[in-house]
Design a protein around this ligand. Structure first.
Ligand SMILES: Cc1cc2nc3c(=O)[nH]c(=O)nc-3n(C[C@H](O)[C@H](O)[C@H](O)COP(=O)(O)OP(=O)(O)OC[C@H]3O[C@@H](n4cnc5c(N)ncnc54)[C@H](O)[C@@H]3O)c2cc1C
Length: 415
């Protein structure tokens, strides 16, 4: 469209916002933005049936209390609530396989904070299904599944992306929610900082004889942490981080051999255990985008910060990006400002930059400190755990952090 007043060509917009990446953070942002009145296009390389297959991804997520609030705000929570397991307590122990836990531990009980459970365990398949159905039900959202974005350019007043089939799409704002290897960030010239952990997380679910009582366990082993996270019924999700070569052996084992390898680390506190599905593995690395924004573009979720799963905070951090960006865009529009101007996007970057960098540093430090068999470091961290455990104010501080209650909360997370 020619604009004779300024002599530039303004292209018609397909939607206000294009989101590249329909994993978890992309759909959450699409729903938050659509409910605030924006039109949105979500583009994902994966065709829909892949996402709805329970075997697509064996992960479960420990969702912080504030993430559950966001999901409630965008209408997802009522759909998944029956399949969400409240996390009532967290027990953190130092240990070596076969030796049992060290006597030093940290015990966090939700009864010590007034807001309720610190979070909920939700299986990936339930969350994805709920997102896909909600995207389909909202007529302000266009969901292009099975389409890959291959190019992007800043245009006068907006941005244009090109799909692999050559089709161009225009919007005012582009959001990269395309995961750890974000092509959106790369095409915008954003460099990344990070390193490989040399660890791989082996993920699976087990059924057990005894009830877990809503208690999540984190055992710190010399090669990496083992998390046992309560799912609905007598089931738990396992996230077992091991050195890469050992993890490959664990994945290649048959079920009986894998259970024999798991049991000395898992212990017998939940009675007999059985595998309930496939095993999945995720090589672990840290990858931080050096900037969360570029011209007419913002990054959310793993595209902005891929961190170690040691504290189960990756998706929670992504959902904070989503809620903060939704607030920034809504405020900009209500003031009559350009939603993708440098000033608007800078407000988003300022809100999220410190929090994401601190979280990345904290998870990296925890992993280095705990995936370590040095007797001096072991003694120091055991004393540290004992100290935190005996100080109610420190304990409550940790619990509020796990629940996502600290910091400047976006409106969708305020409850
Ligand atoms: C073992 C493990 C356990 C974890 N446990 C927890 C936990 O308990 N709690 C928690 O909060 N977090 C946890 N996390 C982190 C969490 O899984 C991630 O933060 C989250 O899945 C990231 O979602 P996302 O939507 O940002 O990215 P992704 O899920 O990676 O989605 C990116 C999407 O972009 C699409 N895409 C990429 N490029 C293109 C393109 N060019 N065109 C179109 N589409 C494209 C891909 O197809 C993909 O669907 C865990 C992570 C791991 C590895």
């Amino acid at each position: 469209m020619d604009n004779p007043a300024c002599g530039v060509i303004l292209r018609p917009m397909n939607t206000d916002i294009i989101i590249v990446g329909g994993g978890l953070n992309g759909p959450a942002l699409a729903l938050a933005a659509a409910q605030a009145g924006f039109t949105v296009t979500v583009i994902d390389s994966q065709p829909v049936p892949v996402h709805t297959d329970p075997a697509f991804d064996g992960r479960s997520y420990a969702l912080a209390l504030t993430s559950a609030r966001l999901l409630r705000g965008i209408g997802i929570w009522p759909v998944i609530a029956a399949n969400a397991q409240p996390m009532l307590e967290i027990k953190v122990t130092d240990g070596r396989a076969g030796e049992g836990p060290s006597p030093w531990m940290m015990h966090f009980d939700h009864a010590e904070i007034e807001e309720g459970p610190m979070g909920y365990l939700v299986e990936d398949r339930h969350l994805r299904r709920a997102f896909l159905d909600a995207l389909a039900a909202d007529n302000r959202i266009t969901h292009l599944a099975g389409q890959t974005v291959v190019a992007q350019t800043v245009t006068a007043g907006g941005v244009q992306v090109t799909l692999a089939n050559g089709e161009p799409l225009d919007a005012q704002l582009l959001v990269g929610s395309d995961g750890r290897k974000s092509g959106t960030a790369e095409r915008a010239g954003i460099k990344r900082t990070g390193w490989d952990y040399g660890q791989t997380a082996v993920v699976c679910a087990v059924a057990h004889d005894k009830p877990h009582s809503g208690i999540a366990h984190q055992f710190f082993m010399p090669a990496g942490p083992l998390a046992i996270l309560p799912l609905t019924e007598n089931r738990s999700s396992i996230v077992w981080s091991e050195r890469r070569a050992r993890a490959q052996e664990l994945v290649a084992m048959d079920d009986a051999a894998f259970l024999n390898a798991l049991k000395p680390a898992f212990g017998s506190f939940l009675g007999n255990i059985q595998l309930t599905g496939a095993r999945f593995s995720y090589p672990l690395n840290l990858t931080l985008a050096n900037s969360l924004i570029a011209g007419r573009m913002a990054l959310v979720g793993d595209a902005a910060h891929g961190i170690h799963p040691i504290a189960g905070q990756g998706l929670n951090a992504g959902l904070r990006d989503v809620a903060a960006l939704a607030d920034v865009l809504t405020t900009a529009r209500s003031r009559g400002e350009d939603i993708s101007s440098a000033q608007t996007l800078q407000r988003y970057q300022e809100w999220r930059r410190f929090d994401t960098a601190t979280l990345a540093l904290a998870t990296d430090t925890f992993n280095r400190l705990f995936s370590n068999d040095n007797p001096l470091i072991r003694a120091a961290r055991d004393m540290g755990m004992g100290l935190v455990n005996s100080a109610p104010r420190l304990r409550r501080g940790f619990m509020r952090q796990a629940a996502g209650l600290n910091g400047d909360l976006p409106s969708l997370m305020q409850g």
